[in-house]
Design a protein around this ligand. Structure first.
Ligand code: PHB
Length: 398
């Protein structure tokens, strides 16, 4: 990555040279500047904290999709910028502005954490910068505050759990405890779970929570043991998910009270969690074991390139890259043609390792949700829990 100050100066000089002048460079309109150099793409992702691995997997996925196109977007080279958002909502607006105002990115890719996404969303709506959400599922970004320049390539927070409750009731678990981190992602995952579980005839006996990214689960696990529900359902992710799985087993609950979750629970953590994850059932828009040529090739190439097993975050990053390629190709790399680029992304069909998906009217994936079971350090697909599931997009007017 080039130092942003140097690269900006280079860009100005290049722009000025194009006009045959050296002093008028600063007067160049932004669109001329943008076209004269590389396409500027900024990552705002967590590179530290409980979601650090998720940020890395997303960046890897994006780069892999673009490298498959010769490392270019619509024929133009790319200059990359990076900000570690630390999954810290209070710094989100400032961090997003480092990319948008300081680095003048043409495209912003971010982020993982729903609270941080709200800061990015404000900056995206105020600036009009093309923004691709590679994970954070916060509902409002593709509902009441949907925006033409903002696209999500991942899921809305209630999408993965919308199919979870029914799968639990079908297995005879009619009384459940729900447990999560108390912030937008956990609360909205609960909305999906509650709807599907109660509709299928289940009763939620208790809703438990702790603040993000706290991992002191002990008191809550003791409470679960005392409540003796038929099953437990949860939302956790990243480092905290690995710890929850291990603590659940260590508390003696594994094998006694079946554990279910939004599929993030078992993504990217199977090595860390070890046998504690075995047999856990989850619902998600991806599964390692999807038996398609597309998925198998993706997994092989990702593992070869990054010396890591891909997970849902790598897939979401990859799909973000695929979407960006389609948008940039439609305008031959002239990303200043925003409305043409947006139109191309709205009608894109993403040929993803998760299966083909399309964008809803509110810019959120319409996608299948799989039922998965952990076995031998793999999220095995054991069924399709929901076909072509769309978020409601409630309140979105575009
Ligand atoms: C979120 O904050 O939206 C979030 C974070 C991690 C996940 C899923 C959702 O795995």
């Amino acid at each position: 990555m080039t130092d942003s100050v140097t690269s900006r100066r280079q860009l100005l000089t290049q722009g000025a040279a194009l006009l045959g002048t050296t002093s008028a460079g600063l007067m160049l309109p932004q669109s001329a500047l943008a076209q004269s150099g590389k396409i500027r793409v900024g990552f705002m992702l967590p590179y530290t904290g409980t979601f650090a691995q998720l940020g890395v997997a997303i960046e890897n996925g994006v780069r892999m999709a673009i490298n498959e196109q010769g490392g270019k977007l619509g024929g133009r080279e790319i200059e990359w910028f990076k900000v570690d958002d630390e999954s810290e909502p209070s710094k989100a607006i400032e961090n997003a502005n480092k990319l948008v105002q300081r680095d003048k990115v043409d495209v912003l890719i971010g982020t993982v954490h729903s609270g941080v996404q709200m800061g990015i969303h404000k900056v995206a709506r105020d600036s009009g910068v093309i923004t691709l959400i590679p994970n954070a599922g916060v509902h409002i970004a593709t509902r009441a505050q949907c925006a033409p320049n903002v696209f999500r390539t991942s899921f809305s927070n209630s999408q993965p759990t919308m199919a979870l409750g029914e799968a639990m009731v079908k297995r005879g678990h009619k009384k459940a405890v729900w447990i999560t981190w108390k912030y937008a992602a956990g609360d909205e995952a609960y909305e999906g779970f509650k709807e599907s579980y109660t509709k299928a005839g289940g009763t939620i006996v208790k809703e438990l929570g702790l603040p993000f990214p706290n991992v002191e689960f002990q008191a809550l696990l003791t409470e679960i043991a005392a409540l003796k529900p038929d099953a437990v359902a949860c939302f956790f992710a990243g480092g905290g998910a690995a710890k929850f799985l291990k603590d659940y087993a260590a508390a003696g609950l594994k094998g006694k009270i079946p554990l279910y979750g939004s599929g993030f629970l078992t993504e990217g953590v199977l090595d860390a969690a070890g046998p504690a994850a075995d047999g856990v059932l989850t619902t998600l828009h991806y599964g390692d074991g999807i038996e398609t040529k597309r998925n198998k090739e993706f997994r092989l190439n990702y593992a070869k390139t990054f010396k890591l097993q891909p997970d849902v975050y790598a897939v979401q990053g990859y799909d973000t890259g695929l979407l960006l390629v389609q948008g940039a190709n439609a305008v031959q790399g002239d990303v200043s043609k925003k409305s043409a680029m947006i139109k191309a992304m709205e009608v894109a069909v993403i040929d993803s390792p998760r299966g083909k998906w399309t964008m809803s009217k509110s810019h959120n994936p319409v996608q299948d949700i799989y039922l998965r079971e952990v076995s031998n350090k793999e999220n095995k697909v054991i069924g399709v829990a929901a076909k072509a599931l769309a978020d409601s997009g409630a309140g979105c007017r575009m």
